[in-house]
Write a protein that binds this ligand. Structure first.
Ligand code: ATP
Length: 868
């Protein structure tokens, strides 16, 4: 393996067989064949067979298999076959659901996979990191993840955080000089960058030397965590609940078994029945219902521009009570245009600058030179603030690329949102000039001179006041103001942060960044949903307040505060005031963390947006970190739980409404399963305690629980979203899913189903024999539960939500009805399922009784449920 760190730049490029213009498409193809994809080996995904086999590992299924074996041993071959067939059908259903859910979660993952910027065929393009090949020329900026190991070939103050490799949390300053040693530890390879680290400052161009498992991180990393998602808190708590419930039900089953034996019933029948009762009553599908509903829900969210990176976020979304949002690009359009310019004591319209006036011309040139954005063939590439400056230059017939060739950039200090400044050093009329642009207040505090048409003189208090006045005027109209200054540098001095002082002020630009059209409505929706929207921005307080007022975030100026001010406050004080503040201006990323914490300490669940490299900690601290998909850095995306592919505030609000609905659907689906099971258990318990004959045979309960019950449960999970959900307050995150009101409903609905079933059973017993009675009980229970699926779609009446608004529940219902009638009416199946032939009047009673719970619950809702 060649030691790239020892080589000169020419040697590096020669060894990798690449030029500074990057690889061609053909070369990339060839290298891909040779080295494969740039990815770390992952734990193997489960195949379909393995998933199918795993369906049989469930505790209950094992009991059923034992039961099947016992009945085979005792000569009851028919029961064995029925149990096995039902189990296999159930396993097929489970496998299909699992594979579908996994496929949809995987596609979600690939949507949020990291990207890399590479130079290919002479052009910078963005590609998924896994497509980087050895020899690629990688462009790294602040906030980028380093996607492969590489040797730096061009460096501009690059600083990299390599903690994932070295454990060192401080950033390392890089350079491009060859190292003249043979053995160098990773931490000292200053001219190399390594996969898994990320850029905290500056920029660089790197030639890729190693990819995938050949990188340093590949060598130390074992297999990546397998592709399996960890269980979400909801799944974990449902598992826990399911286990407790299972124990309780097994206790009841043993009791029933003992009672049956005491009454002298047949041992095998009693055993089979106890097993069937346990299977009928234990809702084994709880956690998998959550997976399926989450998988489909997140798919829908992705279509609506919110990509969920961490599944548990979906659960917390419904509890969000505060959204802390960036302004620029999230609440505003990020389509900036320069409106006005202040130079030489006068405010000019954007097109009014005269290029024969040296100062005005310099102002335009500074806009183009202290700038990384480009517009090529009408495509705008770069930070929208800088794109606006490029367009402004073009308005005055200056092309940014031609100017940057004429006034070559020698050095630079990249923009960073803490410093709020950016500088470049350019050759300018035989001198080296440093051009600095940035936030007005920051820049003015570093200015010592001012240039006007009368020449350069000291910057006075009066100048400061005048410029501040202009700045305020611009800002009041929602304009975003940048200040420009310069300084002459010594010829071979390499620029550092200490140089950004003693500047000569030239002028201001004021840009318009109008609010997004949707912002006003989304803010109103938030407020209606009991969610407080808060604007957090690096921009000026007056600009921020003007925009916040336009979109309804701010009502009174007292609700706005600057980062500097809260720096003086203790955490306690911030906590006291936080509820009264809606706009934080001139904030640094560190302030964001304090704001999130203050809200959280007041018991709120907070969503926070972020895009910059320094936003990572605040995004992690928030309950839901939301990264910008278009303008966000890879680091911000990695730290977030959700990524917005359109950078739009209203997408967060939509995601919250989806999160609330998904949660409600999961709750309804579980309520459906539990209430149906309760109906079955109560029927059996009643019959047992009042010494009636056993109402069902084992296969009846297996049939219902394993075949006709799962599809409606899933269909309820797919219930279309109800607008009313955004009129409610956020859900208390500590409120368990299975709360008292929920348990009350389950019991009430379960009792209704049990009453219908018992009436059917008694009619059968009084008018015919036990087999007819048991068939009637089974058919009524099955049908009542299928119809109860319609009840469980919502807590509102069906008329309110629309009888036909969920097509899936109809499909599930029809499939259930067909299956039920197959066993009721087909002679061969009748025998297997121990079904008696029913008379038309018996069938009629079943239908009537099965409708009873549906009718009672709907009438109850129409009369008693508010907001109906
Ligand atoms: P938000 O925080 O709402 O996204 P923002 O773009 O104003 O808004 P930052 O990117 O942190 O936030 O910028 C902070 C300040 O730095 C801006 O208000 C502006 O004054 C200045 N600034 C922004 N972009 C540049 C740039 N490219 N060069 C120099 N200064 C900039």
């Amino acid at each position: 393996m060649p030691s790239f760190f020892k080589m000169s730049l020419t040697e590096v490029l020669k060894t990798l067989n690449v030029t500074k213009a990057g690889l061609t498409t053909e070369e990339v193809e060839e290298r891909r064949k040779q080295y494969g994809y740039n990815e770390l080996a992952e734990g193997k995904r489960k195949g379909i067979i393995q998933v199918f086999i795993e369906q049989f590992k469930d505790f209950l299924v094992i009991i059923l298999i034992i039961a099947a074996l016992i009945s085979a041993f005792l000569g009851e071959i028919e029961s064995t076959i029925v149990i096995l067939v039902v189990l296999i059908l159930n396993a097929i259903l489970g496998t299909v659901q699992h594979m579908k859910a996994e496929a949809s979660l995987n596609s979600l993952k690939s949507l949020s996979a990291p990207n890399a910027k590479v130079l290919r065929d002479g052009q910078i393009i963005e590609i998924p990191s896994r497509e980087v090949v050895v020899g690629d020329i990688l462009s790294l900026d602040a906030g980028d993840f380093v996607s492969a190991d590489g040797r730096i070939i061009e460096n501009h103050s690059l600083q990299v955080n390599e903690s994932s490799l070295t454990g060192e949390s401080l950033s390392v300053l890089k350079d491009e000089e060859p190292i003249q040693q043979n053995e160098v530890p990773i931490a000292d390879k200053k001219n190399m960058v390594f996969s898994g680290s990320y850029v905290t400052y500056g920029r660089a161009v790197v030639a890729v030397t190693n990819i995938g498992m050949d990188t340093e991180i590949g060598k130390i990393a074992n297999l990546l965590e397998s592709a399996q998602e960890k269980k979400t808190p909801l799944q974990a708590s449902l598992d826990e609940f399911g286990k407790k419930l299972a124990l309780l039900i097994i206790g009841i089953a043993i009791l029933i078994f003992a009672l049956d034996m005491w009454r002298g019933h047949d041992l095998v029948d009693s055993f089979m029945f106890a097993v069937a009762l346990a299977v009928a009553a234990i809702p084994e599908a709880l956690s998998s219902i959550v997976t399926i509903v989450l998988a489909f829900g997140t798919q829908k969210m992705a279509k609506e521009n919110a990509i969920v990176r961490k599944l548990h976020a979906v659960e917390s979304l419904g509890s969000i009570s505060v959204i802390c949002s960036d302004k620029t690009g999230t609440l505003t359009q990020n389509k900036m245009t320069v409106q006005k310019v202040y130079v030489d004591h006068q405010v000019l319209e954007h097109g009014e600058l005269k290029m024969d006036n040296p100062l005005e011309k310099r102002m335009v040139l500074m806009c183009l030179l202290c700038n990384d954005a480009v517009t090529i063939e009408n495509k705008e590439i770069g930070d929208p603030t800088e794109v606006a400056l490029v367009n402004f230059g073009e308005e005055h017939h200056y092309d940014e690329l031609i100017m940057r060739e004429k006034y070559v950039r020698i050095d630079e200090l990249p923009f960073d949102s803490n410093r709020k400044l950016m500088s470049t050093v350019n050759q300018y009329e035989g001198k080296h000039l440093m051009f600095t642009k940035g936030a007005v207040d920051v820049l003015l505090s570093r200015v010592e001179y001012i240039e006007t048409s009368e020449g350069i003189r000291r910057f006075t208090e009066k100048d400061h006041e005048e410029i501040e006045g202009i700045n305020q005027n611009f800002s009041k109209n929602g304009l975003r103001v940048l200040a420009f200054a310069y300084k002459e540098m010594e010829m071979d001095h390499s620029v550092s942060l200490e140089d950004e002082y003693g500047l000569t002020f030239v002028g201001l630009t004021a840009m318009m960044d109008p609010p997004r059209e949707e912002s006003h409505e989304a803010v109103a929706a938030c407020i209606g949903a009991g969610i407080k929207p808060v604007m957090i921005t690096g921009d000026h307080k007056i600009t921020a307040s003007a925009i916040a007022r336009q979109i309804g975030i701010l009502k009174d100026d007292s609700e706005a505060v600057e980062g500097m001010e809260i720096e003086k406050w203790s955490d306690e004080m911030l906590k006291e005031r936080v509820a009264d503040l809606s706009v934080y201006a001139r904030v640094s990323p560190e302030h964001k963390i304090r704001i999130v914490k203050a809200w959280q300490e007041k018991g709120n669940v907070v969503a926070m947006t972020g895009d910059g490299v320094n936003d990572g900690p605040a995004l992690k601290q928030a309950d839901i970190g939301v990264a910008m998909g278009i303008t966000g850095t890879e680091v911000a995306k990695e730290a977030s739980s959700m990524v917005l592919t359109d950078d739009n505030f209203s997408t967060i609000v939509k995601a919250i409404s989806n999160g609330r609905s998904i949660y409600a659907n999961i709750q309804n689906s579980i309520k459906f399963l539990l209430s149906g099971n309760t109906g079955a258990v109560l029927t059996v318990l009643y019959a047992s305690f009042f010494a009636l004959p056993v109402p069902f045979v084992a296969v009846h309960l297996l049939f219902i629980n394993l075949l006709t019950d799962s599809l409606p449960a899933i269909a309820i999970g797919l219930e279309p979203y109800n607008k009313k959900i955004m009129k409610e307050k956020p859900r208390d995150i500590h409120e368990p899913l299975l709360n008292k009101a929920f348990a009350g409903r389950v019991l009430f609905e379960g009792i209704l189903i049990a009453i219908s079933t018992l009436i059917a059973f008694s009619i059968g017993l009084s008018t015919s024999d036990h087999m007819v009675a048991s068939t009637m009980a089974f058919a009524t229970l099955c049908l009542a539960r299928l119809l109860h699926g319609f009840n469980s779609r919502s807590n509102q009446s069906l008329f309110k939500i629309g009888v036909f608004s969920n097509q899936f529940i109809w499909y599930a219902f029809i499939i259930g009805i067909v299956l039920l009638h197959l066993v009721l009416l087909v002679p061969g199946l009748q025998g297997i399922f121990e079904i008696a032939v029913l008379s038309p009047s018996e069938l009629g009673s079943i239908y009537a009784l099965a409708f009873m719970p549906l009718i009672v619950i709907q009438v109850y809702r129409v009369i008693f449920v508010k907001n109906n």
